[in-house]
Structures are given as structure tokens and as C-alpha cells.
Design a protein around this ligand. Structure first.
Ligand code: CP
Length: 315
């Protein structure tokens, strides 16, 4: 593995999951693999789980960790080419990425969708430039369109909890007061489908995901429709892809609640966190024994450690 940008960088998803589960059992088996190697964690957006789990994974592999919040701490970055930089952005991404790369052996970056320009976001304008100018292996810690460390974690958690060989998985849209990117939903669809799972996506009309990520999933448009016999219910809000970045619905009947969960095959509840209680999911569901949200968050360490170890092997 040379970069971990999306599902296409995982040559063998099942082997990567197995490697993560091995690391979960024996976290220090490769404690010298990253000795005298430095990872830079670059955040353009807030984080709890990604920041701490990736740091923990790197420490378990013996790496040195440097971290920087670009929003607030760094110079505002110019990303346009050939621009006259006489505005409010003092540093170009060309130099910033190259400088970070010169200090690090691996660079991990979080850069969310702006949700203003669909082409910029879906061409991964910032991530692609960072890869181009940084010159070091890159880990995607959530970009405009995908969140592969989260999705790998989700598959690890599904593997740990599934009873049937091919469980029925529901990805359901849920209401939210803010306008959010499609990255987690895109990525969950992309990884579960690549792993061969049976995926249904439930969302109000107008919230269909790009077929680049969700081709092969069954799509339904009523809140209760995908719950029947589901083994896993994964909730997430996202803004419209078709009417790009727009909020089309605040319909509360899409919240995951105990009534809809009763339709399932005693399904496990999943969410990437952070989650808005009693907006996205009712307390009684997230606090139930079927909720996997803390196990998911905890598995972020093993997903990151599996990915880091594969990148370190190739340095
Ligand atoms: N799930 C996730 O990526 O959490 P953070 O945004 O807190 O890192």
C-alpha cells in the first residue's frame, strides 16, 4: 500500500480486516515497525475519534506523531493555481504540503467538503493537491467525498457482530439541523458493496447518493421500508448530492427509533459519531445493548493501525 485514500487502496479488504483484528488482540506485535518514523496529522476540520485513534495507532507502532490544526493555527491556504495572492490567504498549498512532507514519513489529512462547488468537492481538490505536492504517503482522515478509515472500522465492527454470512445492512438517512457532507455515507456504501454485502439505502427523495459510490445498493424512499429483517442499521445524515449541498428535509419520522427497530432482525445500531441524540437516533436505541457506537469508535484504533502498518512496510 502506497497511500490510503479510498477503497481502491485496499488490495484485499478481508485481509486488512483480519490484520486489524490481529492488532486488536496483540497491539504491540509491530511496536518497532515505525521506529524513527514520523507521521504528521493535518486537520482542516474538527475531530475527536480520528485524531486520537490515529495518534494511538501510530504510538502502538513506535512512530513519532506531529499534529496541526490548520483551521485556526495554520496560515489560510490558497488552492487555486496561477492566482495573484493579494487576498486573505498568505500560503499556497503547493508550499504548505511540500513543507509538511519534508518533516514527515507519512502524512494524514482531514479536509471536508465545502459543499459549495460540487466539482471541486467531487474532484477532491484539496486532497489531490496535498498528495501531489507532499511527496509522502497520504492517509485520508475524511475528505470531501469519503472517510475510508471510518468505513474500514465499520466493516471490522460488522465482522465482529454478524451472525449470518451475508447480513442485511440498512444505511438510513436521518434528520440533522446542519448541512453535512456525503462522505461517510458514500464511503460506507462503497466499502460494504466492495465487501459483497447486501446494502439497502433509505433516504427521502432527492437524497440519493452518487452512483459512483452506491451502485449496487437497493434504494428506498420511506422511513420504515429498509428496516424489515435488517441485521444492521447504520444511521447518518447527509445533504443532497443531486441538489448539491442543500437540505431538502427535516422530517422527524426519519429518526431511528425503537418502533422502527422492532421491524428488524434484532438489528445492531451503528453510527460513526458524533451523533445528535433524539434528532438522529432516539436515546432508547443508542443506549440499548444493540448499540455498537462505542465499539465502532474503539475499533478506529485497529483500522488506523492496520493501514499504518501496511504503509510502513512499504517505506
Ligand atoms: N467518526 C469520526 O470521524 O469522528 P471525528 O469526526 O470525531 O474524528
Amino acid at each position: 500500500m502506497n497511500n490510503f485514500v479510498d477503497v481502491n487502496d485496499a488490495d484485499n479488504i478481508e485481509a486488512l480486516i483480519e490484520h486489524a483484528l490481529l492488532l486488536k488482540k496483540s497491539p504491540y506485535d509491530f511496536e518497532n515497525l515505525g521506529k524513527r518514523k514520523t507521521i504528521g496529522l493535518i486537520f482542516m476540520n474538527p475531530s475527536l475519534r480520528t485524531r486520537l485513534s490515529t495518534q494511538k495507532a501510530a504510538i502502538n507502532l513506535g512512530m513519532n506523531v506531529m499534529m496541526m490544526n490548520f483551521s485556526g493555527e495554520g496560515w489560510a491556504l490558497e488552492t487555486e493555481q496561477g492566482v495573484i495572492m493579494n487576498g486573505d490567504k498568505p500560503e499556497h498549498i503547493k508550499e504548505a504540503a511540500a513543507v509538511v512532507g519534508s518533516y514527515c514519513d507519512i502524512v494524514a489529512i482531514r479536509t471536508f467538503a465545502g459543499l459549495k462547488d460540487k466539482d471541486d468537492d467531487y474532484n477532491e481538490l484539496i486532497l489531490r493537491q496535498f498528495i501531489r505536492y507532499c511527496g509522502k504517503p497520504i492517509i485520508n482522515m475524511e475528505s470531501a467525498t469519503v472517510h475510508p478509515l471510518q468505513s474500514l472500522t465499520d466493516l471490522i465492527t460488522i465482522k465482529e457482530n454478524k451472525e449470518a454470512k451475508n447480513p442485511k445492512i440498512l444505511l438510513t438517512w436521518a434528520p440533522h439541523p446542519k448541512v453535512l457532507p456525503q462522505a461517510v455515507a458514500n464511503s460506507f456504501a462503497q466499502w460494504t458493496l466492495a465487501a459483497g454485502y447486501d446494502l439497502t439505502i433509505a433516504c427521502p427523495k432527492g437524497y440519493e447518493l452518487s452512483t459512483d459510490f452506491a451502485k449496487g445498493a437497493k434504494v428506498v424512499h420511506k422511513p420504515e421500508e429498509g428496516y424489515m429483517d435488517a441485521d444492521f442499521v447504520y444511521a447518518k445524515n447527509w445533504s443532497s448530492f443531486v441538489h448539491y449541498g442543500k437540505k431538502l428535509s427535516e422530517d422527524k419520522s426519519w429518526m431511528v427509533d425503537a418502533e422502527k427497530m422492532k421491524l428488524t432482525n434484532n438489528a445492531k445500531f451503528m453510527h460513526c459519531l458524533p451523533v445528535r441524540r433524539n434528532v438522529v437516533v432516539e436515546d432508547s436505541v443508542i443506549d440499548s445493548v444493540n448499540s455498537l457506537v462505542i465499539q465502532q469508535a474503539s475499533n478506529r484504533v485497529w483500522a488506523a493501525q492496520a493501514v499504518l502498518s501496511k504503509l510502513l512496510e512499504n517505506l
